[in-house]
Design a binder for this molecule. Sequence first.
Ligand SMILES: Cc1cc2nc3c(=O)[nH]c(=O)nc-3n(C[C@H](O)[C@H](O)[C@H](O)COP(=O)(O)OP(=O)(O)OC[C@H]3O[C@@H](n4cnc5c(N)ncnc54)[C@H](O)[C@@H]3O)c2cc1C
Length: 617
Amino acid sequence: MNMLLQHQKLAAGCKQRSVAQPSRGCVAARTGLRSGRVASRQGSVVTAVLTPPAKPESSNPVYTTMSLDGHNLKTAKPRLVVLGSGWGAMSFLKALPTSISDTYELIVVSPRNYFLYTPLLPAVATGTMEERSIVEPVRNFIVGKGEFYEALCKDIDPVAKELVCCFPEDAGLDSACFKMSYDVLVMAVGSVNNTFGIKGVDQYCFYFKSIEDANKLRSRVSECFERAALPATPEEERKKLLTFVVVGGGPTGVEVAAELYDMIEEDLSKLYPNIVKDVSIQVVELMDHVLSTYDRAISLYTADQFKRAGIKLVLNSRVASVEDGVVRVVNKANETTDIKFGACVWATGIAMNPLIRQLQEKLPGQSHFRSVLTDDCMRVKGSDGSIWAVGDAATIDQPKALDYAEQLFEQADTNRDGRLSLEELRQLLTAASKEFSHLEEHARFLDSQTGVKRFGGLVAKSLSPADAAAAAASGAQPFAALLDGSTEVTKDQFKEVLGKVDKGLRALPATAQVANQQGKYLASVFTNNRVTGAPELDAPLQEKVKPFRYFHKGSAAYVGSDKAVFDLPKIGPLTGTGAGFVWKSYETMSQFSFRNQCLVAADWLRTKIFGRDISRV
Ligand SMILES: Cc1cc2nc3c(=O)[nH]c(=O)nc-3n(C[C@H](O)[C@H](O)[C@H](O)COP(=O)(O)OP(=O)(O)OC[C@H]3O[C@@H](n4cnc5c(N)ncnc54)[C@H](O)[C@@H]3O)c2cc1C
């Protein structure tokens, strides 16, 4: 306790020292860029030539440009460019009033000219929902507010404040690209799939992020059933074709498995009565339970629900490699199993968008491994306030535990021998997690490894050294690296692991809920203030803008057979058919437009009355 109090004083003092205006609005983004360009702008000449000239590719391309040369930010409208059309960007655009065009020249750039309502993507993959019901054209939301260009941003120059964007299908051709200047940039480019470098994933698995992914899976499931039904198909091949593997037991993996089960149980079993007995759905998960970020009771309920549905949970197991039709799985005891499959869905996690990586390299003070660091007003660190970021692409910078590693270690090392027992380390993490909330999950992990009972003793049992090494290598649990059989930890080991934990630090989860709230927050900042991206003009924002505050409404997942689970703050877990009804109602009402609310409601009804359409069109 003493250690904690001292530590808290230390942390508070440090925070104040590092913050320019501590008691006011947002913690300022550290400046790091030269900003000469703004001063050089005079007049307001915007050259926008949108038809790219047909010209051969060259190694030094001259792009069509939309420059802002001679543009005086004191009088002209700042050009506000938004990258992306997902949750963060669309909630931002939707919340902007039409009068925003009086203040900014708004331009949205995204390779997708529609918004995708991701929570219902698993339902599209099985035909419960039609794809058009869960997408909304971007242009519907920017009429009267600004312009939209269907293009992929390939390059950002944060010093010159310039972007290179290309029509997505022709992104490799210079002639399909154009250069555009900006005054203020909002990055809402999301994340990409994470293969964790596992061989064969990219080649043989179905990702699950886009409409194309869902359609490919829908088509593949249909193909597997048709092939399996052929008279010439041998039994072994039939079983393989009818085995559907989902890697990742998080909400997306669970929902994909649940939707597959519903489709097979409610429709395919009637259409393929002779082969349905050979169907197998398997969920591979690294942890010892699915939905591991939810309340433990929900994980247990889901496991029970899946057991009754015949969905096999392959727990405590990691995928070692994927080959054509075979996924190799290694369990806790280091035993290897080859699972033959007709389709394997990869739903394990997210990685950094390449554009964010590129931006990070050009900005000072950016070290996060998955997203760009922002201050608590969503301004990108090191961008002088000209770049803002929301959603999966952004992480609000948090105090780093590593900065306090020495003090934490010395306070925990009561006998001053320069080493900590695992129990001392556990106590250290438990106490420090009150200040550094991201350490809490690691404290819980060490609880399980040192035998402390939580949740009535339901937490994971100790990992074997091999599993601990695997968990550490995958980045899933950096503290597992300390469980190599030794019972003590040195200060250097402790610092090394703490550094890894800090690197993976996300203030908030990568969810639509967070991106949605951040988008709305940013819309209020841009509506109530004239943001120019020029530090000298934006200085008053430091005073006025209040930091973003996330309000967690809870988490939900569909688990099949019209049942759902909710993990609600203060209320706790809700499960079952009633929760399923609430889930469907919530997902229907959460559509951005009334049109889509109607389409989604109609799709639930259509599926119940007529069943799913399994045509492979
Ligand atoms: C199947 C599935 C189900 C999910 N279910 C839920 C759920 O139930 N609840 C929940 O809270 N979260 C859920 N999520 C997570 C949620 O979808 C994401 O956290 C959310 O989409 C993040 O929003 P974003 O705006 O950061 O990124 P996205 O919504 O991914 O949008 C990124 C946008 O950027 C565009 N883009 C990418 N690269 C570029 C570039 N170089 N230039 C310009 N534009 C670019 C993309 O085309 C896209 O329009 C789910 C995710 C998936 C995949």
